[in-house]
Ligand binder design. Structure first.
Ligand code: XMP
Length: 514
């Protein structure tokens, strides 16, 4: 295992993902973890992430005493390298002339084990204001750029390495090779982290935990919960009961598709609750988006609780919590012990009542999203399911601006269905992060159809590309495709007379309209 100490870099998770892409397990831990605790984890190597601080600033996160004396190889990235230099008696300075943000041409010394077998110059991604001006005793420079003398350093005898650039980002062309040199060459880690291995370990762990008990899983049809279902089913078969609550806000025909797929093709016990009537009643007359979310969330919990009681005794509740959620709570709490069950705020099964007694099972809590997809594939889930775009828990209810009525949902479902069909046919589904269609029922505009004057609703189509939903950009869909979508919606959905394409980026706009 490689442990990554998180000093607050926006790329910290990316480092962990890159290491795992090399089939080596990695964990992200808070930077203030004690060296003793770190040693207990028995890592083959330690990576210090970058971070926004300056080592000489008051209150800046530091390197713990003894961390560099554990006899475990260390790689410091950006701020991580500056911490090493500062700790061991070198000098880190703010040098306005040497600030570098973006690509820089790196010249490296290939005799360093970190750069072994890599060409001697390549582009690297830099983002730093401070730089290391004096190296600690025993260290040598192994890379530089035109404006930065010490772009990489090492004390090979002590297996301590530092790079001022970011090997984890795609712009550093040889980044993965450098990380592999560290992981395999220097740390001697073995590439044993595979999804097949994960399934084996988790199935064993689940069986031991569950014994003869019963497990309940709230299923939404998304990648995470479906993968949890497949994994649990493999482990405990019919001791797993899945509950699918149809709130009435899904895409056209989607509820039936999910139910068919899970019960008919995966042979999983599934309780299907059609709760749409209740949900529509709960949000009748509500226009405020957050109020809609609150009411839908509350009704979801109420329904889940009521229906779970009907199912009878179960001792375990399964959830599709992912590793980024676990890290978030761990880092925010400043200690790994705080990684205890955190339920995504965006997740439907949020805040379940305390008077229900069950133990949580979270078999995806060690995985990143891309690994969940790999796991799903390994478990034999259909490609359509594995490659599903994310869909918000409150569904189409937050894609209708204003009051939500069954009729408005029906109109949006029709328009959305046309968009999804055309996006898939044109090969854009896999390239886009999400393709929301938003109904503006109160924005009425004039149209002419035949000789008649019409006065109908407006809808907006949004197609964005994104890595992680934190930022998003408009997809450059071909005009022909947009025109086809527009003309099909206007011709086939009589209530809609105008279609717009949303070209805003996130930030400042968000992906959803509400
Ligand atoms: P925004 O609109 O904030 O969305 O850019 C970022 C991502 O989160 C999804 N989203 C939600 N998911 N419940 C969910 O389960 C919600 O209330 C919710 N709001 C936004 C959105 O679809 C996008 O992927």
């Amino acid at each position: 295992m490689i442990v990554i100490l998180d000093y607050g870099s926006q790329f910290a998770q990316l480092i962990a993902r890159r290491v795992r892409e090399g089939n080596v397990y990695s964990e992200l831990v808070p930077h203030d973890i004690s060296p003793a605790r770190l040693k207990d984890l028995k890592p083959e190597g330690i990576i210090l992430s970058g971070g926004p601080a300056s080592v000489y600033a008051d209150g800046a996160p530091r390197l713990a005493d003894g961390l560099l004396e554990l006899d475990i190889p260390v790689l410091g990235i950006c701020y991580g390298m500056q911490l090493i230099v500062d700790k061991l008696g070198g000098k880190v300075e703010s040098q306005t002339a040497n600030r570098e943000y973006g690509k820089a041409f790196l010249k490296v010394d290939n005799s360093s084990e970190l750069f072994l077998g890599i060409e001697d110059s390549f582009m690297a991604w830099m983002s730093h204001g401070d730089s290391c001006t004096v190296l600690p005793a025993g260290f040598r420079r192994t890379a530089s750029t035109d404006s930065l003398k010490n772009a990489a350093i090492e004390n090979a005898a002590r297996k301590i390495y530092g790079v001022q650039f970011h090997p984890e980002v795609a712009h550093t062309v040889k980044g993965m090779d450098i990380l592999k040199n560290f992981i395999f060459g220097i740390c001697r880690a073995k590439p044993v982290w595979t999804m097949a291995g994960y399934i084996e370990t988790e199935v064993k762990r689940i069986r031991e935990t569950v014994g003869g008990g019963k497990v309940l899983l709230g299923l939404s049809g998304g990648v995470d919960s479906t993968t949890v279902a497949a994994l649990l089913h493999k482990a405990v078969g019919d001791q797993l009961i899945c509950m699918f609550i149809d709130q009435g806000f899904m895409r056209k025909g989607e509820a039936k598709r999910v139910v068919d797929l899970i019960s008919k093709y995966m042979h999983i016990r599934l309780v299907h609750i059609d709760a749409s009537k209740r949900f529509f009643e709960r949000i009748a007359g509500v226009s405020d988006p957050e109020e809609k979310r609150r009411r839908i969330g509350r009704e979801f919990i109420r329904t889940f609780e009521k229906e779970a009681r009907q199912i009878g005794d179960f001792q375990f509740l399964a959830q599709g919590t992912l590793y980024p959620d676990v890290i978030e709570s761990a880092v925010a709490g400043g200690t790994q012990a705080k990684t205890a069950a955190k339920i995504k705020t965006h997740h439907n099964v949020g805040g379940l009542p305390e008077n229900m007694h069950f133990k949580l099972i979270e078999p995806l809590r060690w995985l990143f999203k891309d690994e969940v997809r790999k796991l799903g594939r390994e478990l034999g889930l259909h490609e359509d399911l594995v490659n599903r775009q994310p869909f918000p828990g409150p569904g189409l209810a937050i894609r209708i601006i204003g009051e939500v009525t069954p009729e408005r949902v029906r109109v949006l479902q029709e328009a959305d269905n046309i968009v999804m069909t055309e996006i898939k046919a044109a090969g854009w589904y896999g390239k886009a992060w999400q393709v929301p269609v938003i109904l503006l029922p109160e924005v009425r505009t004039v149209g002419v159809m035949g000789d008649a004057r019409t006065y109908g609703m407006t809808c907006a189509v949004r197609c964005v590309t994104s890595e992680d939903a934190m930022t998003a950009r408009v997809a450059h869909l071909p005009w022909e495709l947009l025109e086809k979508i527009s003309s099909r919606i206007i011709n086939e959905v009589p209530e809609i007379t105008r279609v717009c394409y949303d070209i805003s980026s996130k930030p400042p706009a968000t992906i959803e309209w509400e």
